[in-house]
Design a protein around this ligand. Structure first.
Ligand SMILES: O=C(O)CCC(=O)C(=O)O
Length: 309
C-alpha cells in the first residue's frame, strides 16, 4: 500500500470516528522526544506548586473571575512557537485536520493546560472550590502565572461552552507531554454524546452500568460509554465541540501538563466537519451555553458529575 493511500485512510478514519464516536485518537501520536523537551522547558518556567496561588486575603481584596486565562500577549505556549512543529506540522495531525476542516483550517487558540495536583492546592482554596463543576483556577493564580490554564477538575462539558452563538465548526486537539495514567487527571470522553448536538451546561447525566445516560432536555437520550484518554508522552486525540468530556481533580502528587489547541474551518471550506454536523440530531449552536455562573463569573451551582465517574 502506498503511503499516500495509508494517509488518506487515516484521515477518513478521523471523519468517520467523529461521526460514530465524537472523537479520534491518533494511532501514532506525535513525537514523544519533542514533547519531553518542551515539557522540560515549560517546567523550568515555574514551580507547579502552592507558590502559583494568591493568598486568600489577596484574592478576597479584589476577586477577579474573568480575564484570567491565557490570551494574546500572555500565553506561555506562544513563547515556544518555534518548537511546535512536532504538533502543528505532524503529518498525521495535518492530514486529519485537513480532512475535518479543509485545507485552509485556522488556529483559533492554543495554550498549555495544567492539571494541578491535590498536593499543590492550598487548603483554604480546596475548601472553597471542592465540588464546583468548573474548577478553572485562574481566578486564584497570581497574575504573572495566568499564561497557562490551571484546572482542579472540570465536570463534563462541551467545548462549545465558550462559544455562544457560534456553530461547532471547530475541533479540540489535545496532546499529552508525558505519560498520563488513571491517577494523572486523564480526560474522560463520553462516546457518542456529540450526537445530540449542543446542550446547556451543566448537563443531564446519570451513571449507568455501561457508562452514562445523557438527556438533552428536548426528549433525546443516549447511552454513552466512558472513554479515558490515557497514554504515553506524545499521545494525541481530538474531539468535536459537542462531545462531552471532563477530568477529575489530579490525584497524583505531580502536575499534568498538556497542550490544548482549537482549530476551525475557514469560511470558504466544505469539509468533514459539515458531514459530522449534518449527522447530529440536535442544534450545532446555542444562544446561551451555560447556567452555572452568577453575574460576576463565580460558581452559583455546586455539583459535579465527573467526580463520580
Ligand atoms: O485538561 C483538563 O484537565 C481539562 C481540559 C478541558 O476539559 C478543556 O480544556 O476543555
Amino acid at each position: 500500500m502506498s503511503t499516500g493511500r495509508l494517509a488518506t485512510q487515516r484521515t477518513d478514519a478521523a471523519v468517520s470516528d467523529f461521526i460514530d464516536r465524537g472523537y479520534h485518537v491518533f494511532p501514532d501520536g506525535v513525537d514523544p522526544a519533542a514533547a519531553g523537551d518542551l515539557l522540560a522547558d515549560i517546567r523550568a518556567t515555574r514551580s507547579f506548586d502552592a507558590a502559583l496561588f494568591l493568598t486568600e486575603a489577596d484574592f478576597d481584596a479584589d476577586p477577579q473571575y474573568t480575564g484570567v486565562n491565557p490570551r494574546p500577549g500572555r500565553n506561555l505556549l506562544d513563547a515556544f512557537e518555534d518548537r511546535l512543529g512536532f504538533v502543528e506540522g505532524d503529518g498525521g495531525v495535518v492530514g486529519a485536520l485537513t480532512a475535518m476542516l479543509g485545507e485552509d483550517y485556522v488556529l483559533l487558540n492554543r495554550k498549555i493546560v495544567c492539571g494541578v495536583p491535590r498536593s499543590a492546592m492550598p487548603d483554604w482554596l480546596r475548601a472553597r472550590i471542592e465540588g464546583n463543576p468548573v474548577n478553572n483556577l485562574g481566578a486564584w493564580v497570581k497574575p504573572t502565572y495566568r499564561d497557562v490554564t490551571y484546572f482542579y477538575g472540570i465536570d463534563f462539558h462541551q467545548d462549545l461552552i465558550d462559544f455562544k452563538d457560534r456553530e461547532a465548526d471547530f475541533v479540540t486537539l489535545y496532546i499529552y507531554l508525558h505519560p498520563v495514567g488513571r491517577h494523572d487527571a486523564p480526560l474522560f470522553l463520553l462516546e457518542g454524546s456529540h450526537g445530540l448536538g449542543a446542550t446547556v451546561f451543566p448537563h443531564d447525566l446519570t451513571r449507568s452500568d455501561s457508562g452514562w445516560t445523557y438527556r438533552d432536555g428536548r426528549g433525546g437520550e443516549v447511552d454513552c460509554r466512558q472513554h479515558l484518554l490515557t497514554g504515553p508522552a506524545g499521545y494525541a486525540a481530538m474531539w468535536h465541540g459537542c462531545t462531552l468530556h471532563g477530568a477529575q481533580p489530579d490525584a497524583a502528587d505531580h502536575e499534568r501538563l498538556s497542550l490544548r489547541y482549537l482549530f476551525a474551518k475557514s469560511a470558504s471550506a466544505t469539509a468533514g466537519i459539515d458531514e459530522v454536523n449534518a449527522s447530529l440530531k440536535g442544534p450545532v449552536s446555542l444562544t446561551a451555553t451555560r447556567e452555572d455562573l452568577d453575574e460576576t463569573g463565580a460558581a452559583r451551582i455546586r455539583r459535579n458529575t465527573v467526580n463520580a465517574a
